[in-house]
Design a protein around this ligand. Structure first.
Ligand code: FAD
Length: 226
């Protein structure tokens, strides 16, 4: 959705305890950030920005750009927020003050205030001495115009890992021996990824699904003929 790309920018990211846990500059790599988020309480994290930062993105472009979330999305955020609120969607949170934000996020206000102050301090000195985020991504959170927060969960586009197969898509047993007549393909057999989805090659899961399905079908037909 539009808000995903707008709010998933390398701004202050906190877990439910109000703690930073990674270099937010890595948010563009959903494999790294998804694994880090998954280790947090509740398996989610909040990415916090304000309207001053949004304005900067609208005028100068975002920090993290990708083809799935074009720059036009940054101009459409208000209508998306309105729709999200009307539909009771709880992954976009807005607030006019730190106190209101703390209440909405259920993070103790003093902890949230400190996390913001620490982060602003790194922005002032152009150096993140905690997680060493790229200084180009250090934008102060003044709260100007109100806070905009995205709640992010790690998710999946399909399964990773899964049933072990050989090059003919035959399912392997615990001793890596082919089980005669049993084939697996697509997401169920996506052993090429082990535990992390690879984003560097567009269409690679779909490509694997189509081709492993084709190979499994051909091999099964060959077996039936024999
Ligand atoms: C939001 C999203 C975005 C994605 N973007 C990309 C992308 O950009 N590039 C890319 O390469 N991949 C992408 N993928 C992944 C890609 O869609 C999958 O890898 C691919 O669809 C897997 O194909 P499949 O045939 O293995 O499984 P599926 O497409 O999941 O097909 C499984 C089928 O089995 C049916 N089924 C399940 N249980 C039963 C049952 N008991 N009986 C009968 N039928 C059953 C299901 O209804 C479904 O039709 C994306 C996935 C999602 C969800």
């Amino acid at each position: 959705m539009v808000a995903d790309g707008v709010l998933r920018q390398p701004n202050l990211m906190l877990n439910q305890n109000g703690e930073r846990f990674m270099d937010e500059g890595m948010l563009g790599n959903t494999t790294f950030s998804g694994n880090a988020m998954f280790l947090q309480p509740g398996h989610y994290a909040y990415v916090i920005m304000d309207r001053a930062i949004l304005k900067k993105y609208q005028e100068e472009g975002p920090d993290i750009m990708d083809i799935v979330h074009p720059a036009a999305g940054f101009k459409m955020l208000d209508s998306v927020i309105k729709k999200a609120e009307a539909n009771g969607y709880d992954a976009i949170i807005t607030a006019d003050s730190v106190a209101e934000l703390a209440e909405k996020l259920a993070i103790p206000a003093a902890k949230l205030q400190k996390a913001i102050a620490d982060h602003d301090g790194y922005c002032d000195q152009s150096q993140d001495t905690e997680f060493f985020k790229n200084p180009a991504y250090l934008h102060k959170l003044t709260g100007e115009g109100g806070y905009l927060v995205g709640k992010f969960y790690s998710g999946a586009y399909g399964t990773v890992g899964g049933v072990k197969i050989d090059e003919n898509c035959q399912v392997l047993d615990d001793e890596d021996q082919a089980i005669p007549g049993l084939y697996s393909a697509g997401s169920d057999a996506n052993t090429i990824y082990a535990d992390s989805y690879n984003f560097t090659l567009p269409g690679n899961t779909m490509g694997f699904a189509v081709n492993s399905g084709r190979i499994a079908g051909l091999e099964a037909a060959k077996r039936i003929k024999q």
